[in-house]
Design a protein around this ligand. Structure first.
Ligand SMILES: [Zn+2]
Length: 297
C-alpha cells in the first residue's frame, strides 16, 4: 500500500512481506490515533524483517525478538553509531529498546488504552522508527523510506526531524507525530477533506466557493489562500510573526489553519518548527514580499 519499491528478491528475509504489512498497518493505526497498537505492530515488522532462512521451522522463524536482535547486533556492531546518527541522540539503543519492549508487553497485556498514547508516540519517534530504518538498511541494502511512496515518506521525515531537533515533551509529542497522521490519512482516504465540502443537509457543494467563504470568515489572519501542504487546496490562512525587527527578520508562522482538511498549527516552538518545515517553499518564495508588507526592511 505505501511501498512502491522492494529490495531485490535475494536480499529479502523470508518473512519480508509480513514485515511490510506490519509496517503499513502501524502507519494506518497511527493515522486513526491508535498509537499503542501501532507500537506493537512496529515490533512485529522488526521481527519479520529480522527473520532468517536457517531458523525457519514450519514456515516461520520461531526465535523470539531478543534472539533475533542479539544476532543482528553481533553481525552489525556499528548499529549504536548508526542509531546516534539517525536519531541525533547518544542514548544506548539496546537499553532503550529493552524499555520500549516492556511498554509493548504492557500494552498487549493490559489492552489498548489511551493512557499509553504519549509514551507510545515518544518510543515510535525516538527509538522504533530509527531502529527499523537501521535494520532495513543493514539487511536489505535499501533505505526503507526510499521504498515508500513519496507522500508518506515526506511526513515521516518531518516527524522524525521534529522529534530529533525539537526535544518535545508532554503534548508536544502529538504535534511531532501529526505530519504522519495527516500524510497517511490523505493518502488512504480519497474523500479526505470533510468539513467545508458539504452543506448542512449533506449535499456536496462547490469546494472553491466554500473554501473562500470559510477563509473570509477567519478574521485577524495576515494571508489567506495559501496552498495546503496536506490537502493541496488553496485553503490555508496564516498569521505571520518575526523573531527580530532587524535583519535577519526570521519570518515564521504564528498560526496556521486549513479550512479544508483542518490542519491546525499553533505557535509553540515545536509548532513553529513544524510549520517552517511544511511551508518551507512558501516562506522562501514569499519572505521578501511579506517582510515589505509588514513594514520591515
Ligand atoms: Zn489542508
Amino acid at each position: 500500500m505505501f511501498f512502491r519499491n522492494k529490495p531485490k528478491k535475494e536480499l529479502r528475509s523470508p518473512d519480508y512481506e509480513s514485515g511490510v504489512q506490519s509496517f503499513e498497518t502501524a502507519l494506518i493505526l497511527i493515522s486513526v490515533g491508535k498509537y499503542g497498537a501501532a507500537l506493537v505492530s512496529f515490533f512485529s515488522a522488526l521481527e519479520a524483517f529480522l527473520s532468517d532462512e536457517k531458523s525457519h521451522i514450519d514456515g516461520r522463524d520461531k526465535r523470539n525478538f531478543w534472539e533475533k536482535m542479539a544476532l543482528f547486533a553481533e553481525m552489525h556492531p556499528k548499529y549504536q553509531t548508526e542509531f546516534e546518527r539517525r536519531s541525533e541522540s547518544t542514548r544506548n539503543i539496546k537499553k532503550e529498546i529493552y524499555r520500549v519492549y516492556q511498554l509493548r508487553n504492557q500494552i498487549i497485556h493490559s489492552g489498548h488504552s489511551s493512557r499509553h498514547n504519549q509514551a507510545a508516540i515518544e518510543a515510535i519517534l525516538k527509538e522504533l522508527l530509527p531502529l527499523i530504518q537501521i535494520v532495513y538498511r543493514a539487511l536489505f541494502d535499501n533505505e526503507l523510506y526510499e521504498n515508500l511512496v513519496v507522500e508518506v515518506r515526506e511526513y515521516l521525515d518531518i516527524s522524525q526531524f521534529l522529534a530529533a531537533t525539537q526535544k518535545p515533551n508532554g503534548g508536544d509529542w502529538f504535534i511531532a507525530l501529526s505530519p504522519v497522521i495527516w500524510g497517511v490519512q490523505v493518502y488512504i482516504s480519497p474523500t479526505f477533506s470533510p468539513k467545508y465540502l458539504y452543506d448542512s443537509s449533506g449535499y456536496q457543494v462547490d469546494a472553491g466557493e466554500q473554501i473562500q467563504a470559510a477563509l473570509w470568515s477567519l478574521n485577524n489572519m495576515d494571508e489567506i489562500g495559501i496552498t495546503c501542504p496536506i490537502c493541496s487546496e488553496h485553503s490555508v490562512a496564516a498569521k505571520f510573526g518575526f523573531n527580530s525587527e532587524i535583519k535577519p527578520f526570521n519570518l515564521f508562522f504564528e498560526e496556521v489553519t486549513c479550512v479544508n482538511c483542518q490542519l491546525q498549527i499553533g505557535s509553540s516552538s515545536i509548532g513553529r518548527a513544524l510549520s517552517s518545515s511544511l511551508f518551507d517553499t512558501f516562506i522562501t518564495q514569499n519572505e521578501v514580499r511579506i517582510i515589505k508588507e509588514c513594514g520591515l526592511r
